[in-house]
Design a protein around this ligand. Sequence first.
Ligand SMILES: [Zn+2]
Length: 135
Amino acid sequence: MHLHEMSFRRCDGHGCGGFGDSRGSRKHNGVDMACRPGSDVCSPVSGKVTKLGYPYGDDLSFRYVEVSTHGYRYRMFYVEPCVSVGDEVTRDTVIGKAQALGGRYAGITEHVHFEVMNSRDDFIDPTPIILAQQH
Ligand SMILES: [Zn+2]
């Protein structure tokens, strides 16, 4: 699935999925897009795979894929990677499969988390990127 084919997570008992929404003392630094676990997830942009990371230090079963281009880093969380660091990808490249979050957050809307950092390591609001792709 492409990001623009998913719907925004909105809110559930664990919080809301928008950029800047509260996460206790912190702010949500990405956007959550509802996605059924096991779905193929496409790269958000054309670029190069620069990292296969771990969102949670206490559970290394969860993964994220980072794709970089033009100084920006695009990260898709809760995706089991099927690509390798250094791979060139396009928006039609499947980068992995969506992982199930319900075992960690009971009742949560299953989703992928999308976040974008600029060259100064600031998180930027990815909402306009998704909306632009919906047209
Ligand atoms: Zn999120």
